[in-house]
Design a binder for this molecule. Structure first.
Ligand code: CDP
Length: 224
């Protein structure tokens, strides 16, 4: 199909969704929305402002109140976009190990998902959007014309994240990343609401051993 209104790209952690979605959005002149950023921002807000993230009601209330904005990048430091949490630049803060360790707990709360899904639908309705996440093809936009589910082995995904960290000058431990990622995938896949799984009509792309360009070409070949 040509010019789909929405392209949904789902998949587990570090499966390459962001890289592919960003490249594709540039080439096709679509807006790219990385929905993981929103769950990460809520998690950061909770860590900063609440005594505990175990208080589901408080976390849900917070998710309904915070203002999360994703804008054109204002700094040339490797970022794809600016992330603002109530006006504050949290672009890198949402990538911390602490956020990473808690984001799956926060995103499993149904009330948090309801708040984020509503925002994502609002943005998606404008059209020409590539949305990346875990539940875009299944829950947020089940009517999306093109759905991709990206997979790669845990080792390959941990290797990619490790290299990404080193390139950014961050401390990084491969085994720690691998273990944290497996744990996050496990929580994301088994949660009651909007678990990580491919939609029935999703095209599954295994990116092990494929270059970025090869994956982009494969997605484009589904659009003719
Ligand atoms: O970049 P990476 O794949 O490591 O993670 P992300 O896409 O930034 O997502 C971070 C976390 O947010 C995931 O592990 C999920 O727990 C949650 N998430 C979600 O529940 N639903 C989405 N649509 C996107 C992210």
């Amino acid at each position: 199909m040509k010019n789909p209104t929405i392209i949904a790209i789902d998949g587990p952690a570090a499966s390459g969704k962001s890289t592919i979605a960003e490249k594709l959005a540039k080439e096709l002149n679509y807006l790219y929305l990385d929905t993981g950023v929103m769950y990460r921002a809520v998690t950061l807000a909770g860590l900063q402002r609440l005594p505990t993230l175990d208080d589901e009601e408080a976390v849900v209330r917070l998710s309904e109140q915070v203002d999360i904005d994703i804008r054109q990048p204002t700094k040339d430091d490797g970022r794809m976009y600016d992330v603002l949490l109530d006006g504050e630049d949290v672009t890198w803060a949402i990538r911390s190990a602490e956020v990473e360790a808690h984001v799956s707990q926060v995103s499993a709360y149904p009330g948090v998902r309801a708040a984020m899904t509503a925002q994502q639908r609002r943005i998606g309705r404008r059209g020409r959007v590539i949305m990346a996440g875990r539940d875009i093809g299944t829950v947020v936009f089940p009517e999306a014309e093109l759905k991709i589910f990206m997979v790669a082995s845990p080792e390959e995904r941990a290797r990619r994240r490790h290299i990404e960290n080193l390139r950014r000058g961050l401390k990084s431990d491969y085994n720690e990343i691998l273990n944290a990622m497996i744990k996050r995938d496990q929580i994301d896949s088994t949660r009651a609401v909007a678990p990580l799984r491919p939609a029935e009509d999703a095209h599954i792309i295994d990116t092990d051993g494929l270059s970025i360009d090869e994956v982009v070409e494969r997605v484009k070949s589904l659009m003719v």
